[in-house]
Ligand binder design. Sequence first.
Ligand SMILES: [Ca+2]
Ligand SMILES: [Ca+2]
Ligand SMILES: [Ca+2]
Length: 345
Amino acid sequence: MKKLIFPIFAMVLVLGLALPMAASVEAADGGVTVNYSDVSLSGGFQANHFPELWDLNQCELVLSFTYNANGLVNDSGAHAWAELGVRQYGYGDFNPTWMSEGAGVWLATDYDWTANTFDPDPEGAPTLDMDDKLILQKGGGWGEGSYNLPSTPPNPGANHAVWFDRDGVDQWQAQMWGAIDGVTYNTGGTYDVVITLHADDANSGTAYMTVNGEPQGFYDPNWHPGPADLMPAGMTFTGDMTQMQVFYGLYGYGATHSVAFEDITVTGCLGMIVIDGCDTGVADQVLYDGTTISGNIAECAAGARNHGQFVSCVSHFTNKLVRDGYITDQEKGKIQRCAAQADIP
Ligand SMILES: [Ca+2]
Ligand SMILES: [Ca+2]
Ligand SMILES: [Ca+2]
């Protein structure tokens, strides 16, 4: 039972620490930037999400953060994975989908399974070895074979900026194309990640990721000197682009693992409450009971026998939202004006 209670307690802590510090700045194109500061996860299992609903259909969404993997344990019989990305409203905060796509895309981390893989190279003899692995994932359990932009890699194992070495390499390895000091090796176990998400339509989009500023790539068919043939490599993903939330999680076993996502910054467009084509200019929100403002208004629409009943239902609901502190009186007015104009039912 302890295993279950701890993550819940810790999630409350994460929420209590991270959310009040979130500061949003409005950008000129209607987009906003939200800084969430740092999230530290340990376990066992821990996962959560930020409350904002993002609408990728309105503008690109860019997630940037530093992934600190130094708290991962590499003992024999211990392993862990971490995730941070977007998933459709209503899905879980770790592996939103398993071995299938349809609810977003995220960074999935892994590391070399060899025990003590993070140990330093032999003294005086640095060598290229695998430590951390960072990939995009659109279905839990999937590997780099599911990248499909610009095309599906024929040999997913021949890649660039997917595997990283925390310490040094020898002088010849340092000369190889793609070996970059402090970027692909000598990383120290920390990685600056930028994930750029673009919606093609309401239900599909594209995702690209850079790690320490380096685009990812794949070789066709085998590794050779020079740039990767398929680069930058990314993937298509699916889900409701109008209702995405930023989530993060850690799952590990055999030890108490920890990771940190630091300086999490999200730039994009917040999902707005739109009633019958009328944009209220008020951002949609997830309420304490897990429902959304827009979902409740849709229920008003579905349950109303005439227009007056719909307007009355929205009025009653938005008055409650003001009382509960979700919206201001001014925002209530904007929602009610759109409801009054709507051709509903
Ligand atoms: Ca290693
Ligand atoms: Ca190493
Ligand atoms: Ca090394």
